[in-house]
Design a protein. Structure first.
Length: 202
């Protein structure tokens, strides 16, 4: 289809150079059609990451949350992520693709018009850097960490009272699956992916 379109572009281009007014009208009409074709093709071949980036740019805010195998230390060379969840008010998904995770983070983090949200986000950002999915200094321009806000609102909370699961239970009366249970289903299981998405959505 694209090859045929290129041939058609070449043919119509020759028509426009002959100076016939009818040919010029045909050429102008084709340019409108070809622009629509380019837009349609661009939409078809957009990656999920590109579509998510466009969505976030419209909404202005997104949440992210990383997961990694519990036996791996983020300060060791062999460290890697299991995946990363991304969420907006209208969509959420879990990605295990390093390129996709890196592309989304590197595209959205520098934007001053976008806010990035992560609970205990310093840990998530450190893990992204340790996994070499972002570079040192590639952090969100606008960063929101609800855990810090919670601690400021209630500074009598102990460190073990700042966890996401406890906060969500107290605030929304929603029981979240714990990591150990989710991990027991397997790193590549649908249950673990659902657990990871819930972390970003909440």
């Amino acid at each position: 289809m694209l090859f045929r379109s290129l041939l058609l572009i070449s043919s119509v281009g020759h028509l426009g150079r002959r100076g016939n007014p009818c040919n010029r009208i045909l050429l102008q009409g084709f340019y409108v059609g070809s622009n629509m074709l380019v837009v349609i093709c661009w939409g078809v071949f957009m990656t999920r990451a590109d579509k998510f980036v466009l969505s976030v740019k419209k909404e202005g805010i997104f949440a992210f949350d990383i997961e990694h195998p519990p036996h791996l230390d983020k300060n060791r060379p062999a460290f890697r992520l299991s995946g990363c969840s991304f969420a907006t008010a209208s969509e959420a998904f879990y990605s295990t693709d390093p390129w996709e995770i890196s592309h989304i983070c590197k595209t959205l983090f520098p934007l001053e018009t976008v806010s990035a949200v992560a609970y205990n986000g310093k840990y998530d950002l450190t893990c992204l850097r340790s996994a070499e999915l972002i570079s040192n200094g590639e952090y969100p321009k606008n960063f929101i960490d609800p855990m810090i806000a919670l601690n400021l609102i209630d500074d009598n909370r102990r460190p073990n009272q700042l966890g996401l699961k406890l906060f969500v239970k107290e605030t929304f009366n929603h029981d979240m699956m714990d990591f150990e249970t989710a991990w027991s289903f397997g790193e590549d299981s649908p249950e673990f992916a659902a657990y990871a998405v819930d972390d970003a959505v909440q």
